[in-house]
Design a protein around this ligand. Structure first.
Ligand code: SF4
Length: 368
């Protein structure tokens, strides 16, 4: 941990024992976040992206959850703090913005009062000062006529305004880190762009670090510096945004990129990733992505790939057995992948590949 490090997560593992078996929600996730940095955490539902951040915030029921690893925030391991100590850090140091602002705001209280309440919970100020701060914050996040709108109830706000109010609440105590969990998923495309612009602007203005959790790789394109792609509770690929977008290594990342709508390719059909994410109770053997992977090879069925350096700089890491230099979306790279599959695929993996190819979404995308 150096001077710039704000948060260091090492081997974070979360398990939920259930009557059906143990849910392996998060497995050995590690990353470092510097002050003022933006990290995008991307994956489908059930990939562990939200659960890992709820664990960091201490928002999982500890009596029903097994959490291990280290979550060091400015040198203090959050996983070892008491609930009272964590409450002091939540809001004041680390704030969270959730997907559904209507569910996060109390319907019976005025929006301004709810933001003032957050200020009063952590700062020793008068009620009038807290209310004035709430109005100032609402204005700061772009709510017009903030003074009068602060007296509105949540149902009188539009979806975009409610999310702005939640961001105002998150900013109320000038946190060092904001965790935004699918902050734009419930909003239409225009408002989504406005909220992302707002988050980026506020983050640059105040130097707050930001973890942006989303299922949509397109959402992190303009905002994140580094990206972690999660699959089945594990980090499948970790890299700078440019490496993820222009030099992806893991077939799952490649699949996510190919499923982003792109205006220049409006006439082309999107390529969905075939199949469904696995059950976290009964994970596939070997690489958890193998039942959906166009490049599946024999060893993928039995061996679990580690997250290892690919490319030249060492910061780009991928959990996949394809050659480390198979980076990007070019035809040359595709040829490298094809060659590796040609050498590594025999009867067992060929059977899996045939099953993937037969799925309606695959349409010839599986390497023959
Ligand atoms: Fe997993 Fe093998 Fe596909 Fe890589 S090639 S993602 S290791 S199944």
């Amino acid at each position: 941990m150096n001077d710039k490090t704000l948060l260091e997560v090492r081997d974070l593992t979360v398990r939920f024992p259930t009557s059906d078996g143990v849910v392996q929600a998060v497995s050995e996730v590690s990353y470092t976040l510097s002050r003022g940095e933006t990290l995008g955490v991307v994956g489908e539902s059930g990939s562990g992206k939200s659960v890992s951040n709820l664990a960091i915030m201490g928002l999982l029921n500890r009596s029903r959850t097994a959490i291990s690893g280290h979550v060091e925030y400015l040198g203090r391991d959050l996983l070892t703090l008491s609930p009272a100590e964590l409450r002091k850090i939540r809001g004041k140091d680390i704030a969270m913005v959730f997907q559904d602002p209507f569910a996060s705001l109390h319907p019976m209280y005025r929006v301004g009062d709810q933001i003032a309440e957050a200020v009063l919970a952590h700062d020793d100020v008068s009620k009038d000062s807290a209310r004035a701060r709430a109005v100032e914050l609402l204005g700061h996040v772009g709510i017009p006529n903030a003074k009068s709108r602060a007296r509105d109830y949540p149902h009188q706000f539009s979806g975009g305004m409610r999310q702005r109010a939640m961001i105002a609440m998150a900013l109320s105590l000038s946190p060092k880190l904001i965790i935004a969990d699918e902050p734009t998923t419930a909003l239409d495309a225009t408002v989504q762009a406005q909220i992302l612009d707002l988050l980026l602007h506020l983050q640059q203005e105040s130097g707050t670090a930001l973890i942006l959790i989303t299922h949509d790789l397109g959402v992190v394109a303009d905002i994140a510096e580094d990206v972690i792609v999660m699959y089945a509770g594990r980090a499948a690929e970790k890299a700078s945004k440019d490496d993820i977008f222009y030099r992806p290594h893991h077939p799952y990342t490649k699949g996510l990129l190919e499923s982003i709508p792109n205006s220049s390719a409006a006439a082309e059909r999107l390529k969905p990733i075939s199949g469904q994410p696995p059950s976290l109770i009964r994970l596939p053997t070997g690489c958890a992505f193998h039942p959906r992977c166009a490049y599946v090879m024999d060893r993928c069925l039995t061996e679990e790939p580690n997250l290892v350096a690919v490319g030249e700089a060492g910061a780009h890491r991928s959990a996949c057995f394809l050659p480390a230099r198979a980076l990007g979306l070019s035809e040359q790279t595709e040829e490298l992948r094809r060659r590796a599959v040609g050498e590594g695929r025999h009867a067992a993996a060929a059977e899996v590949a045939e099953a993937i190819a037969a799925s309606p979404e695959a349409e010839g995308s599986v390497i023959a």
